[in-house]
Design a protein around this ligand. Structure first.
Ligand SMILES: C[S@@+](CC[C@H](N)C(=O)[O-])C[C@H]1O[C@@H](n2cnc3c(N)ncnc32)[C@H](O)[C@@H]1O
Length: 300
C-alpha cells in the first residue's frame, strides 16, 4: 500500500472510530444522568446523525445503556493496546487496573445472562441456585464483576472464584470487600486445570476464549468432577460471523485473548469428550452476541 492508499483507508474508517467514541459519551451521559457539555453534545449529535444513528438513545433506559458503555470502553481499551509494542502480546496479561475494572463492569452482563436467560432453560438449575446450599464456580473470576452480580442475584449463593492472574485477583479482593460479600465469595489463585474440588458446585462458568487450547480438556475434566451430580457448566465460544471482516476481527481478538478459535460444535465435542451429558448450544441471550454451550454432570 502506498502512502495515499493508506491515507484513504484511514479517511474512510476514522469516522467510525470517532462515532463509536461519541456513542460511548452519549450512552454514558444517559446512563449516569450527567448531561454532556452543550457544545460537545451538539457535535456528538451531529456525528451520530450523519452516521445514521440519530435516535440512538430513543427508547433506551439508563440501565440498558450502562453495559453498552462498559462494552464499548472494553473494546476501545483492548484494541487500543495494539498501538503500543508492549500491548501486542497474545494472552491475558493486562495489568492496567482501569482496563481490568472495565472488563469486570462488562462481565456483570454474564451474571444477568446466566440468571435471566440461561438458568431457566437448564433443568433444575433455578431451584438449585435458590437453595440454601447453592454454590457457583466462577472460573476466570477476574475482578469479580460476574461473581458479585451473581451473589446479588441469588441471595443464598456461595461462590468460589478462581484465576491465575494476580493483578485481577488484587482488584477482586477489594471489590468483594467493598460489596460486603467476603463471607460469600472465596477467591483463589488457581488454574481451572488444577481444580481440586469434588461434587461441590451447582453451576460452573468457564471463559473458554481466554484459556489456551492445550488446557481445555483438563479444565473440562476437572470442572466435571467439581460439579455436583446434575450440576451444569456454561461456556461461551468465540463464534464466527459469516462475513470475512467480522471473522477476521474475531480471529484477532481470540489471538489477543489467548484462547482457541472455536465453533459451538467444537465446544460441544470437548464437553462430550470430558463426560458431560445433555450437551447443547442455546440461542444467544438478547444482550449477548454469543451462543452459550452447556453440559451437565450425569446424575449416575
Ligand atoms: C475476561 S477475564 C474474566 C472477567 C471476569 N468475569 C470479571 O468479572 O472481571 C478472563 C479471565 O480468565 C482467566 N484465565 C485464563 N486462563 C485460565 C485458566 N486456565 N484457569 C482459570 N482462569 C483462567 C484470565 O486470567 C482472566 O482473568
Amino acid at each position: 500500500m502506498s502512502m495515499p492508499v493508506v491515507r484513504e483507508f484511514m479517511k474512510r474508517h476514522l469516522p467510525s472510530m470517532s462515532a463509536l467514541a461519541a456513542l460511548t459519551a452519549a450512552l454514558d451521559a444517559h446512563a449516569s444522568s450527567t448531561p454532556l457539555e452543550p457544545r460537545v453534545a451538539a457535535r456528538i449529535d451531529d456525528l451520530l446523525r450523519a452516521m445514521g444513528a440519530g435516535d440512538v438513545l430513543g427508547g433506551l433506559s439508563p440501565e440498558e445503556a450502562r453495559p453498552l458503555v462498559a462494552e464499548l470502553r472494553l473494546w476501545f481499551g483492548l484494541d487500543g493496546k495494539l498501538m503500543q509494542p508492549k500491548g501486542r502480546v497474545p494472552g491475558w496479561t493486562h495489568s492496567e487496573p482501569e482496563l481490568l475494572q472495565t472488563v469486570g463492569d462488562f462481565a456483570v452482563m454474564h451474571a444477568h445472562g446466566l440468571t435471566r436467560d440461561i438458568a431457566p432453560q437448564l433443568e433444575g438449575l433455578t431451584a438449585r441456585l435458590a437453595a440454601p446450599d447453592a454454590s457457583f464456580l466462577d472460573i476466570g473470576v477476574g475482578v469479580a464483576g460476574t461473581a458479585i452480580q451473581m451473589a446479588r442475584n441469588w441471595p443464598n449463593l456461595r461462590i468460589v472464584g478462581i484465576d491465575p492472574w494476580q493483578p485481577s485477583l488484587a482488584l477482586a479482593r477489594a471489590n468483594v470487600k467493598q460489596a460486603g460479600l467476603a463471607d460469600r465469595i472465596e477467591l483463589r489463585e488457581q488454574l481451572a486445570e488444577d481444580l481440586p474440588d469434588e461434587a461441590a458446585f451447582d453451576l460452573a462458568w468457564m471463559p473458554i476464549v481466554f484459556m489456551p487450547q492445550g488446557v481445555i480438556a483438563a479444565a473440562c475434566a476437572r470442572t466435571l468432577r467439581a460439579l455436583r451430580p446434575g450440576g451444569w457448566v456454561v461456556l461461551t465460544p468465540s463464534g464466527f460471523p459469516p462475513d470475512p471482516v467480522g471473522a477476521a476481527q474475531i480471529r484477532l481478538r481470540m489471538t489477543m485473548f489467548g484462547g482457541p478459535e472455536c465453533t459451538t460444535g467444537d465446544v460441544e465435542q470437548w464437553l462430550r469428550g470430558a463426560g458431560f451429558a445433555d450437551v447443547r448450544t442455546l440461542a444467544s441471550p438478547p444482550a449477548s452476541p454469543v451462543a452459550p454451550v452447556v453440559g451437565r454432570r450425569p446424575t449416575s
